[in-house]
Design a protein around this ligand. Structure first.
Ligand code: KG4
Ligand code: ZN
Length: 329
């Protein structure tokens, strides 16, 4: 039985999992309302709230799993990438529990957590991972757990970051991603022809800042945009992002001779992306394993799933190992 803590950004989360993949409980205390007035995450506020929320969320998770803390065999936490003051809260809590109970500590890379999240209830198999979140846009060739080759990432904004910035530009509440998707449902995706940056390059590199600027230029040309124009901007922006992601992911799978794509990260909540990727995978005879939306945005279940793979391999971490805000996969 493992207890995992996630605190890399503004979600305080805990989960209990029996390795390799039997999840007993997972709880998330979102701080989104606390940060909304500022239009983004305020690091100082996030770490203070982690401190307040950690003990109650751990107790609630143990209660839901119906186990006592002394039944936990290892404690795990995200060690990066993320906000250092936020990472320190969850990481220190897990280390303190490990030290006090003389049990192993397992540090987990947040990106590896997302990478494992589509495989909550199954074995991890060779695949192309498309990880799209607020902080990352990555295509990774996964040979097996802990054997990865990064094929490409973004030169500038992450996909989720672009959604959030476009949302902000259009005056939508934070975080922009889900709001842009909501508005896009009523919009015409062909009204604006936004650039599909890097789509014709034969590589796995992404770029979203040009697309974001194009939305700003289009918005600036319109005087007093009504609801319909805002919806059309959202739909046209969203389809550009989706087409880029779908194209690059399927091209990578074909090039690397892998017949499975796994989709994860907060942007994996987006239904247009899920649907378009499913259709393209069907067309090319590829299998799509899309993360369950409840494990797509930051959560501790995915950290526990990655920790379980390390636990099985006895890959424990030192208590002296520090958090790393810039940790890479
Ligand atoms: O994985 P996550 O919780 O945090 C990071 O590790 O970054 O991802 C959060 C990101 C935010 O940028 C949010 O706007 C985006 O995921 N997101 C979405 C949707 N739901 C969340 N983007 C597009 N459409 C959505 N439905
Ligand atoms: Zn994340």
């Amino acid at each position: 039985m493992l207890l995992a803590i996630e605190s890399s950004c503004d979600e305080t989360a805990a989960a209990v999992l029996s390795p390799p993949s039997s999840l007993l409980a997972s709880h998330i205390a979102s701080q989104v309302e606390k940060h909304r007035p500022y239009g983004g995450v305020v690091p100082e506020l996030a770490s203070r709230n982690h401190l307040i929320l950690l003990n109650p969320i751990i107790s609630q998770t143990l209660k839901s799993a119906d186990i006592r803390i002394d039944e936990i065999q290892a404690f795990s936490a995200t060690s990066g990438p993320g906000l250092s003051s936020s990472l320190l809260m969850g990481n220190t809590a897990a280390k303190a529990l490990a030290l006090a109970s003389n049990k192993p500590f397992i540090s987990v890379n947040h990106i590896e957590g997302h990478l494992c999240s589509p495989f909550m209830q199954m074995e991890i198999k060779p695949h192309i991972a498309l990880i799209v979140s607020g902080g990352h846009t990555l295509l990774i060739k996964v040979n097996e757990f802990n054997n990865y080759k990064t094929l490409g990432s973004t030169l500038d904004d992450a996909a989720g970051e672009a959604f959030d910035k476009v949302g902000k530009m259009l005056g939508l509440p934070y975080p922009g991603g889900p709001e842009v998707e909501k508005l896009a449902k009523r919009g015409d995706p062909e009204r604006f022809n936004f650039p599909r940056s890097m789509i014709n390059r034969d590589n796995s590199t992404f770029s979203f800042s040009g697309l974001k600027t194009s939305v700003l230029y289009a918005l600036n040309k319109i005087q007093n945009p009504d609801k319909q124009i805002l919806a059309d901007l959202c739909a046209s922006f969203q389809i550009a992002v989706v087409e880029i992601l779908v194209h690059k992911a399927t091209e990578a799978a074909l090039k690397e001779n892998l017949n499975t794509i796994a989709l994860s990260g907060g942007v994996a909540c987006n239904n247009s992306l899920r649907q378009a990727l499913r259709i393209r995978c069907q067309k090319y005879g590829l299998e799509l394993i899309a993360v369950d939306p409840k494990y797509s945005t930051d959560n501790a279940a995915m950290i526990a799933r990655a920790a379980a793979e390390r636990f099985i391999r006895k890959k424990f971490s030192l208590l002296s190992e520090d958090v790393n805000p810039n940790l890479r996969i």
